[in-house]
Write a protein of this length. Sequence first.
Length: 299
Amino acid sequence: MAHAVSEPAGRTSDRGPSSDVRQAAAGIANNDWGERAARTGIAARGLAFLVLAYLVVRIALGALGDGGTSKTASGPGVAQAVAAQTGGQVMLFVLGIGLLLYALFLALDAVRHHDDASSDWKRWLERVEPLFGCLLYIAFGAYCLVRVFTDTSKGQSARQSDRQQTQWSAEVLRWPAGWLWLGGLGVVLFVIAAVQLKRGVKRNFEDELEVGRMGRHIRSIATGLGIGGHVGRALMFGIVGWFVLGAAVENDPRKGKGVDGAARMLANSAFGPTLLAVLAAGLAAFGLYQFVEAKYRKV
């Protein structure tokens, strides 16, 4: 196992969380079952992105008059799409457990790693991303499990999702200097997009892979999927950031969209279906890359 931590028991590290917490996290990650759980979680994330890519494709096809979808291109939409398949309840249960395992992996990653950063602020900043992701996937995984044991016949429609996004944007715009808060969120999304783009173009994701275990052919596939996947995620964050920033600048909550709302607005533009096809390809590439990570990720 990579990145093993060895610090004297009872001693507090000046470079991150206490040694007791770090050693406990290392004990879980270095356990065979802990490693299997982490890899299962990464694979579950890959499945979620593949379903998301499928929903984006359906939105694009709907704009071309060839069978759209009322399911949202979002976490709830992904859960709804999985549940609608044959054996969907079992699949959704497995997906929910997998996403919770991925959240655990992110929490362990935040505690154990990132001590090689050049400064304290950068070290803690690098921990923010996995911790935020941990909370996000806990919510997503819990949502999937709740849907398994509740009525799954009534999923959130695209219209309901769009209404909620508009109401949320309108609420923020009613805050003091609300346009500034909403615009700040748009800027943050652009920054995330830039980070993802840099990560893909510079192939930084390869630092997290056990490349020594990979043959030349597998490594080429992993590199291609990793570049395409991170560029796809950058496009996703950039598109949403564009609409959120537009809502702030024009003081129009109807333009503050998430992935689903942005995709549906784009679908009705001249080059929207083409752009959505590119986005779907990138998201699918990222989903497939997660399966490569599930086998070769340093955990």
